[in-house]
Ligand binder design. Sequence first.
Ligand code: ADP
Ligand code: ZN
Length: 741
Amino acid sequence: GSEKRRDMKDTLPVSGTQRVRVLLPLPLAGAYDYRVPPQLDIHPGDFVTVSLNQRPIIGVVWDPTEEPEATPVADHRLKPVTAILPAPRMTVSLRRFIDWVAAYTLSPPGAVLRMAMGSTAALEPPTQQAGWVLAGAGSNRQPRMTPERQRVMAVMEPGRVYAGAPLAEAAGVSLGVLRGMADNGLIRPALLPHASRFNRPDPEHPGPKLGGAQAEAAARLVAKVATRQFGVTLLTGVTGSGKTEVYLDAVAEALRHGRQALVLLPEIALSAQWLERFKARFGVAPALWHSEVTPRTRRDTWRAVAEGEAPVVVGARSALFLPFPDLGLIIVDEEHETAFKQEDGVVYNARDMAVVRARMAHAACVLVSATPSLESLTNAESGRYEALNLPERHGGASLPAVETIDLRRTPPERGRFLSPPLIEAVTATLERGEQAMLFLNRRGYAPLTLCRHCGHRMRCPNCTAWLVEHRARRQLQCHHCGHSEAPPAECPECGTANSLVAVGPGVERVLEEAAAHWPEARRLVMASDTLPGPAAAGMAAQQIQDREVDLIIGTQIVAKGWHFPHLTLVGVVDADLGLAGGDLRAAERTVQLLHQVAGRAGRAEAPGRVLLQSFSPEHPVMQALISGDLDAFMAEEAAIRRPGHWPPFGRLAALIVSSEDEREADRTARDLGLAAPGGEGVQVLGPAPAPLALLRGRHRRRLLLKTRREVAVQPILRDWLARVPVPGSVRVQVDVDPVSF
Ligand code: ADP
Ligand code: ZN
């Protein structure tokens, strides 16, 4: 039906035009015009080679528009398109998505295209494994149809790639006939599909039998996917309630319809553990897309996705830009995660863009979380999203009991960080032969090093940040710019020897304290620097599952999606950590993170216990965690944000003005402030120092544009930026929907 028609539209030639618009994967203002040589049969979405500044570059034929080029070039001076590459065309839905993301984030479309091209190596002309594919309708010329050619055409199905020799044999012609047909534009070279790198998951492979609420939710999702229409569902339920099993049923349904499915996970959750789950459900592994994937696999995966050979992709946020020809379902697991926000280059939130991509692909979108964001909850409440909830843990497991430890009443020993009640609880857990975890969201040994004599603090030369001591590596490191130096023997300020002391805890220091208390326990640190990447994290998780570890000490990477069946105690070393600072979203984020961490404890076999060390146990965040009533907490959050039109009840965009020259940054920020837009429901806050006022040697100022929900911020931002001249040494970065404010 409508699918077919869309595809047809996609293959209409740009007939009658001499010019064609080509978008290049570069941060340029827009698409450029090129001349179409008569022998080329060009369509929107074709990958082509053109030349830019005397160099060949690969771009994509973009759609003709009414608007002229920014700087039109006379016909006779236009450079030609040099070649069409034998890659599957970029679909109209992906082209519209790229345009949409560019417009929404105020990024150059070419910068978004670059994310969508993955690796241009995938587009190089095939050297081996080349085959032939029907060129499709639309050629203006009428090549001579000999009986031999007709036989070849009769054998070939549209869109399928044939190896030369078997094709010639099947049609009873020589290979020369095929070459002649290619010269005449009847067929074109294309890469043969990869033999079996990407296995087809079997939707009928037997999965676990779903329980009552699970079965109901799965049926709803399956029905949604079956409509082949856009729609968003918010799937919630405590950790362990079986959300993953439920959404895998929706994946199966997409497969039954012959459509592709994309599962987005926060990078680190792309673990062997998750993949095992997938394999258990479908019999084979999905295609993977994340930062650790090798260039070769990237290339093959990109191709396989484009050719429909990879039916399911599991990936980090950038997988959203893969060239799916027929995407039927997008799952965003842990949808509340800020890891879905890309903060540099094109600043976008993959969770939000997933909804847009799904709309353009006429696909279902499922947002999944035990602790959904206030954005998604609000959308569910207003009826924009369908809400599904799994109220109980699978198999009747109970939720862990959460308690606070008041650090004012039972403080740790001087210079230590574990309080007596926490030490006692860990000891008892280990004695029972169960696993315990100490959670502290801070890498390294100590967040601050200061001189005992003069009070000097070791700070990063490039950032507004303290240097974090990493004792095992004998380094002081900046966690923002990567600067590192050896710890000095004497204070750089007053010259006193051996006067520098570590202040505050990081996981390394907690490990040291744990080693002193529990020398016999087998300890493991899980942090992004000790376990770089999904594979390493997955191996650590396996060790924990296999009970090769007694005590886990971890940062936020332990919070995400793991199943540790023998873990019964979680101690949060500093539950107040995320609440410092003026960020309006700090409470929401802290509740989400600590609830996720707490969810690691306790399974059907053994109930779990969670202890939160806090200086303010009466804080609403601690109370919400104790009661487990996150809905009530989120309702409170909503009540705080609604009157002031803070997101999600209003819109927000940040302008980050930065320069190596502090005065220039200040001047531009002030000029932007003076030119600030106003009007009904529009407000500008700032300029003020940005949260990191100095980052990588650049001074940063921030202005916040806050509007009512019904106001579109993009036109306001465009107009505002157009009115203020920005010197070359100053950069103004636009962040629509910033994660913190
Ligand atoms: P969530 O995603 O909500 O945290 P999961 O889907 O990961 O929950 O399920 C938690 C655990 O329970 C997993 O180990 C999973 O394999 C198991 N599980 C969930 N549903 C079922 C089921 N219907 N039958 C058997 N095991 C299940
Ligand atoms: Zn730094």
